[in-house]
Structure formats: structure tokens, C-alpha cells
Design a protein around this ligand. Structure first.
Ligand SMILES: [Zn+2]
Length: 322
């Protein structure tokens, strides 16, 4: 079937020389005909035409590039099964940096004009992604499943990062640090990189059936991010920081009559924002750690491995069995 349509502009973040999609949680339907349900995964084939001086990056490797005078047409490979909120495209005036890590080519698209700043951060950004990928493959026993690995630094990106499969988008300012960056700032850069990379398994490979379980992918990603990033900064007291970050705010709600379960029903996606309160942000990380402490690290990891293997490229809920 063929559908001709006029794309809505809202989730395309269009400016004079840059366009990037941001479909999370359910904005893909504003740009193309689809149902934004995370359990309706699709394989996406994207072709884009843009001014010749621009660059384009999407999920899926570049298959073919045709110069058409002042324009360029790029065709990308069909993706693995992806939920609509993970589909992405960034096109515009980008510079490209490429690096090899662990026999994998990684590409970084950016718009930084300060050469010294870029040079200062470049190796660390590739290293942190490579370390995160290596850890996740080791911990889960599952190889990275999305083929190529690109990330895009976008100035004033509304989130710290977004885990589009094999095309992670970041807020440029959070990754390109000043020379004077402290250990805490370096950790605050390493964690989101580990977090978004962990999402390639928790969220992208195995996806929640519906947004009432969106907390699981976030908690798993944070849980992995601590395991990956914290040991890189041994001089910081991570246990104390975790306690200060989460316990106080979690207990403040938990001790009140107004507390709620971590998993809350979500009838209407429009109300998704109402779920994000201290119980999800502060209590669920504590619960996840508690689970690991009760089961032991090894058994807990085995459970996660089974969960990822069983539901790869599929969807699941917190109540899943087996
Ligand atoms: Zn996340």
C-alpha cells in the first residue's frame, strides 16, 4: 500500500539549517501515518533529500547517496523492528567525527565551532560509548543488535539524551565540557552516555508494552549507568550520593497517606507526565537495588539476561513471567 501524506511539523524541530525528529513518547503520528503504540514495532526504511552541503543520519546505515545538483538524496537501510518513539532522523549542517573502538566504527555528528573544545572532548566521548557498549554486551550476554553506532550532539536539545536506536541524540552542552570540569561534572557526563547506551538493550531491544511501564526502561538504564560509570570515578563516594539522591525524597512521599504503587495505570497517554513523581524517580531505583541485594548480583543478572533474551525485539510488562 502507498500513502501520500503531508508531514506535520511539530515533532520535526525545524530551523534554517537543522532538522531533528523527537517522537517520544507519541509524536511520530504527528509527522507520519502510524499508531504510536510501543508494542506495534515496525521496520523502517527512510530516504531523505537535503541540500548538498548538509549531512543526514537516521536509524539504519546509509545505503546509497545520490548527488542531484544542489541536492543530495540518501537512502538508509531498513531498521530492525523499532517502536515509533525510537525512530529518528537528524539532517542539517553537521560536522562528522569518526573513530574505531573494539573493531566498531563509531560516528559523532556535531555542530561545535570551537576546535579546541571538540579536540578536548572527542576521545572521551568515543571511549565512554565504547566502554558502555562493552559492559552491556558482557553483562547481558547479548551483542549490540542495531548494527552501526552513531550519536548526534544537538545544541539546546530538550533532554539530556534520547536513545534512538543506533542514533542517540544528546544535548551538546552536556557532553562538551570545559577544561576546568570537576570529577562530578565528568561523572555527570559519563552517566547519561552509559544510560542511553544501556537503553539499546533496555527499551530499544526489549520495550514496554505500554507507557505505564516506561519506568522500567528508565530504572534499568540508570541502574546500568551506575554500574558502568561509577567505577570510572573511584574517588567519589557513590553509595553516599545514591542515599542522598534518592532515599530522602522517596521516604517523604512513602511515609504519607498519599503514596502510590510504582506501577500506576495509564488510561490516557496525555496524562503520562503525571506519573513522573518521586515514587518513580526516587523509590524505584532503591527497589531495584534492593532486588539485586536480595537475589545476589549473579542471580539478578541471570534474571535480566533471561528477560532480555526472551523478549528481544518484542515487548513486555513488569508482570511478565519466565
Ligand atoms: Zn532514559
Amino acid at each position: 500500500m502507498r500513502i501520500d501524506f503531508t508531514a506535520g511539523d511539530a515533532p520535526l524541530n525545524r530551523s534554517d539549517d537543522l532538522l531533528y525528529t523527537l517522537f517520544v513518547p507519541a509524536h511520530a503520528r504527528q509527522a507520519l501515518p502510524c499508531f504510536d503504540q510501543p508494542d506495534l514495532k515496525g521496520r523502517w526504511s527512510v530516504t531523505v533529500e537535503h541540500p548538498a552541503a548538509w549531512r543526514a543520519v537516521a536509524n539504519g546505515a546509509e545505503l546509497e547517496r545520490r548527488e542531484l545538483g544542489t541536492r543530495t538524496r540518501v537512502r538508509f537501510a531498513r531498521t530492525k523492528p523499532l517502536a515509533t518513539y525510537l525512530v529518528s532522523l537528524a539532517v542539517g549542517k553537521f560536522q562528522l567525527e569518526t573513530a574505531q573502538r573494539d573493531r566498531r566504527t563509531m560516528r559523532m555528528f556535531h555542530r561545535e565551532t570551537d576546535g579546541a573544545k571538540l579536540a578536548r572532548n572527542r576521545e572521551a566521548l568515543f571511549d565512554l560509548h565504547a566502554q558502555s557498549l562493552a559492559f552491556m554486551e558482557r553483562y547481558t550476554g547479548i551483542k549490540y543488535q542495531f548494527g552501526k553506532f552513531d550519536f548526534v550532539l544537538i545544541p539546546a536539545f530538550p533532554f539530556g539524551g534520547m536513545e534512538h536506536a543506533d542514533d542517540i541524540h544528546y544535548r551538546a552542552e552536556s557532553l562538551l565540557l570545559e577544561e576546568s570540569a570537576t570529577q562530578r561534572q565528568l561523572l555527570s557526563r559519563a552517566r547519561p552516555i552509559a544510560h542511553e547506551t544501556a537503553h539499546m538493550w533496555f527499551g530499544d531491544l526489549v520495550t514496554m508494552k505500554w507507557f505505564d511501564d516506561v519506568w522500567t526502561k528508565e530504572v534499568f538504564a540508570n541502574f546500568m549507568a551506575s554500574k558502568i560509570a561509577d567505577p570510572l570515578f573511584p574517588e567519589l563516594n557513590h553509595e553516599l550520593q545514591f542515599f542522598l539522591d534518592h532515599h530522602g525524597d522517596a521516604y517523604a512521599v512513602e511515609r504519607s497517606a498519599g503514596t502510590n504503587a510504582i506501577r500506576q495505570p495509564l488510561e490516557n497517554l496525555g496524562a503520562a507526565g503525571s506519573l513522573y513523581k518521586p515514587i518513580i524517580y526516587e523509590k524505584s531505583p532503591v527497589v531495584m537495588r534492593q532486588l539485586e541485594a536480595l537475589l545476589g548480583e549473579e542471580l539478578f543478572r541471570e534474571g535480566l539476561r533471561g528477560y532480555l533474551r526472551r523478549y528481544s525485539f518484542g515487548n513486555t510488562t513488569w508482570d511478565c513471567r519466565g
